[in-house]
Each structure stands twice: as structure tokens, then as C-alpha cells.
Design a protein around this ligand. Structure first.
Ligand code: SF4
Length: 467
């Protein structure tokens, strides 16, 4: 039987610095800006040029990196990670960066994404004698690097990366070097910047702004950056690359103040709202967005239709995201804790409610209910993503197929289940138009269309399509 990989569903953020005396502190601030990408665990590993030292734990950045903990993190290079894991994929041992020591030196790894051939590789490696410390697929890379027959680390890393399939943005740090790698499809965002003479890498550019980093460029699919005392060099580890960045990064995951491939996330969302106004024009009294990720799209819808945007829903900011609660009962409880409808805004009004996605339908049903309980006479739901019909294999928790409401229900059936007066999803063409694209080239649309940019391995499929 194949070994079980429990940490398949994860969405994470990574941050790295090379060549700055305050590397750990900068990483702390960077991770804080990336906190929305994962709230279950975080870690920083720092290099002082001779050894790697790490601090990690389960919790938020501000909880784990106390002033006391930061005292141990001295050095001019650092990598950090914020992690989200579904039930079964958590635990202290899976919190990254992972740190490995051997006779030839130490290695720290931070990974954002998900490998689709991790099970097969792990099975092969175990049958050859490898013993894994974690249930995370990230550890596979360390074993492949270690087993590579090449004499130099750079070639070991390139060889190991060439065996991986799926989505990965990796930071790999030794005592003297920082390596940065992005998968041949560039599925997850990863940007390079500089702060004086120091180089900085982050999952999102919002992490640059907080510490005054100057953006240089996005990392290219199949690129390996090597940063050391001699500066920065760029190499390719993949012969063929086809860009397919995740569209959900624009719709839901990334922060509105981040830019991905030159496109500002807030602007992209606003354009999606404007496009929805063309695809689903309603006569209504107010437009409201589900905070926080749908506000930009709601502003766009309001601007295009002339219907006033109002704050019809208020979020309690101190409760975690509903999307990432591990069980149905917690999810249901989470919605009640998280959102309130503003009676003074919606009572007696026809409301257009803009949301970014419908995953299981539970959240949408509760929000429609909240608005109706607060006196809305009509609730028209418009969604700034196409229906999510298929699971994501690349590190975003869209759950198993059986849990996705759109996998086997029509739009009308979903409308009825969530209790809305109407329901409209943006079209794929409309979404691409909002991103300034004529076709779908360069973007992953797997969870909407079922066309994935990589081969999906049978053992991975089995995990996601379990009944
Ligand atoms: S399948 Fe969907 S969520 Fe996953 S990478 Fe592709 S677009 Fe993003």
C-alpha cells in the first residue's frame, strides 16, 4: 500500500532574505504580511554563515516570535514560512522551514504549493531506505537532494527539482547560500526584490512594501536563483516550461495590495466586479461585498452599475477564515462568529451581494440568511469566480470533489440551496477579460474547467476523489 500523505491540502507563504544584518527581523515582518496565507504554524531559520538556527511553532507569527524567541535568530540570511494545513496535515513536525543536518552541512527548506507525485516519490524513497520525519511532501525534496550523485549542491538541487511534479515555490538555504526555485508552470506567485545590497524573496509583494523592499521582478517558471556572497545568478532547471499561474490567487488568496505578474490584485478583483455588472445587471438598491476578499469586486460592480456600494456586512476581524476551518460543524459556527448583517443598511432593500467563490455552499447560505433576517427584501448573489467543480491539486484547499457544491449541482440548484433570489457566476471568458487576457494561456483554471496544467498521478487522484 502506498504511504499516506496527509498534508495534501495546504496554502502557505514563504519569505527569504540574503545579505542583511537584520535578516530574521525582516523575515518576521514579511511573514506577518503573509499571515493571510496560513495561520496554523510558522517558522524562521537564520544563517550566521556557519550554522543554521531555527524557531518554529504552531500559531500566528506574533504568537511564535516573541522578543525572547527572536534573540536566538542572529545572522544575515533567513527564510520563513507561514503554514495552513487541513486536519491530519498539521502538527509541530510539519511546521516549516524544515531543517536537516548532515556531515556535509545543514539545509533548511520552505515550500509553498503541493507536489502531485509526492506519494509515488515517497514510496520509492522509502523502499530505498529513506525514513521520513514528517507527513509533509516538502521533505521529499531534501531526500532527493541528499540522494543525488552530483558533487555540487546546485546540481543536486537541479536534479532533485527535475523529479518533482506539481506546484512548488521553494526556498532552500545552507550556511552560505540561498536558493529559490519555482515549478515549470509557475503555479504559485513568487517575487524578487532588493533592500540596499540585500536580496529579498516573497510569495507576495505586499510583504515587500511593509519593509521598504524594491520590487525587481517575478521569479520565472522553471528558474533556480542562487544567491551567495558573489551575488545573484539565475539558471533554468526545467527544459520546457508553460506558465499557468493560479487564477484563485487573484480571486481569493492574495492580498489586494499585492501585484502578481504586474497585475494589482485589487484592480483585478474590481474588474471582475465590473464584468459581473455586464453579465448580471440587476435593479437593486444597494451592493455589498462579503468582507474582506470580495469588497474590491463589489466596488467594481457598484461603480459599473451606479448602484451605491454599502457596508451591508461587517466582519469580526479576530476570527479565522471560514474557508480554512477543518470541520463542517466548526465552519458553520465560524460563520456566525465572523459576520453580521447591518440592518440599517439592508432593511427593506434589494441587495446585490458579491462574493468571491462558492465552495461547499454553507457560507453562502448563512450569509443570504443573515441579510434576509436583517430585512433585505431580495438578495441577488453574484460570484467573481466561475463555479468550482473540481479539486485543486496544487496547494489550495478547495476540498475533495464530493464536498464541492458545483461539482454535481446546476447553478439553479445551488441558488435554491443557498436561498438566494438569483445567483450568477462570472464566466471563464469574463474572468480572463478582467485579468486583461484574451484567452486562458498562462493561467491555471483546473478547478473550474478540469483542465490541469500537469499530469495528475493516480494516488493523488484517489485522495481527492475519495467517496
Ligand atoms: S486548480 Fe484552481 S486553485 Fe488550484 S492552482 Fe489551478 S486555478 Fe488555482
Amino acid at each position: 500500500m502506498l504511504p499516506e500523505i496527509k498534508g495534501l491540502n495546504e496554502e502557505c507563504g514563504i519569505f527569504g532574505v540574503f545579505g542583511h544584518q537584520d535578516a530574521a527581523q525582516l523575515t518576521y515582518y514579511g511573514l506577518h504580511s503573509l499571515q493571510h496565507r496560513g495561520q496554523e504554524g510558522t517558522g524562521i531559520v537564520v544563517s550566521d554563515g556557519k550554522k543554521l538556527t531555527g524557531v518554529k511553532g504552531e500559531g500566528l507569527v506574533s504568537e511564535i516570535f516573541t522578543a525572547e524567541a527572536m534573540k536566538d535568530l542572529e545572522g544575515s540570511a533567513a527564510i520563513g514560512h507561514v503554514r495552513y494545513a487541513t486536519a491530519g496535515g498539521g502538527g509541530y513536525e510539519n511546521v516549516q522551514p524544515l531543517l536537516f543536518h548532515s556531515q556535509t552541512g545543514s539545509l533548511a527548506l520552505a515550500h509553498n504549493g503541493n507536489l502531485v507525485n509526492a506519494n509515488s516519490l515517497k514510496y520509492q524513497l522509502e523502499s530505498q531506505g529513506s525514513i521520513f520525519q514528517t507527513s509533509s511532501d516538502t521533505e521529499v525534496l531534501a531526500h532527493l537532494i541528499r540522494r543525488s550523485g552530483y558533487p555540487h549542491l546546485k546540481d543536486q538541487v537541479k536534479n532533485a527539482l527535475s523529479m518533482l511534479k506539481g506546484a512548488y515555490a521553494y526556498l532552500i538555504m545552507t550556511e552560505t547560500e540561498l536558493m529559490v526555485a519555482l515549478d515549470p508552470h509557475g503555479l504559485r506567485p513568487l517575487s524578487l526584490g532588493c533592500l540596499g545590497d540585500a536580496y529579498v524573496v516573497a510569495s507576495e509583494t505586499c510583504a515587500f512594501d511593509v519593509i521598504g523592499v524594491e520590487y525587481i521582478r517575478d521569479i520565472m517558471p522553471g528558474e533556480l536563483l542562487i544567491i551567495n556572497e558573489n551575488g545573484l545568478t539565475s539558471e533554468r532547471f526545467a527544459i520546457s516550461t508553460t506558465k499557468a499561474i493560479c487564477t484563485m490567487e487573484y480571486i481569493y488568496f492574495s492580498r489586494p495590495d499585492s501585484n502578481i505578474q504586474g497585475i494589482n490584485v485589487h484592480t483585478a478583483r474590481k474588474n471582475m466586479g465590473k464584468q459581473l455588472a455586464v453579465e448580471a445587471p440587476f435593479e437593486a438598491d444597494v451592493v455589498t461585498g462579503v468582507p474582506d476578499s470580495s469588497i474590491s469586486a463589489a466596488i467594481g460592480y457598484a461603480e459599473a452599475t451606479g448602484i451605491p456600494y454599502e457596508m451591508g456586512l461587517i466582519k469580526n476581524k479576530y476570527v479565522g477564515r471560514t474557508f480554512i476551518q477543518p470541520s463542517q460543524s466548526l465552519r458553520e459556527q465560524g460563520v456566525k462568529m465572523k459576520l453580521s448583517a447591518v440592518r440599517g443598511v439592508v432593511e427593506g432593500k434589494r441587495v446585490v451581494m458579491v462574493d468571491d467563490s462558492i465552495v461547499r455552499g454553507t457560507t453562502s447560505r448563512r450569509i443570504v440568511n443573515l441579510l434576509k433576517e436583517a430585512g433585505a427584501t431580495e438578495v441577488h448573489v453574484v460570484i467573481s469566480s466561475p463555479p468550482i467543480k473540481n479539486p485543486c491539486f496544487y496547494g489550495i484547499d478547495t476540498s475533495t470533489k464530493e464536498e464541492l457544491i458545483a461539482s454535481d449541482k446546476s447553478v439553479e440548484q445551488i441558488r435554491e440551496l443557498i436561498g438566494a433570489d438569483s445567483l450568477t457566476f462570472i464566466s471563464v471568458e469574463g474572468m480572463m477579460k478582467a485579468l486583461g487576457q484574451e484567452g486562458t494561456n498562462g493561467y491555471c483554471l483546473g478547478c473550474f474547467t478540469g483542465n490541469y496544467p500537469t499530469e495528475i498521478y493516480p494516488d493523488t487522484l484517489q485522495y481527492y476523489y475519495q467517496k
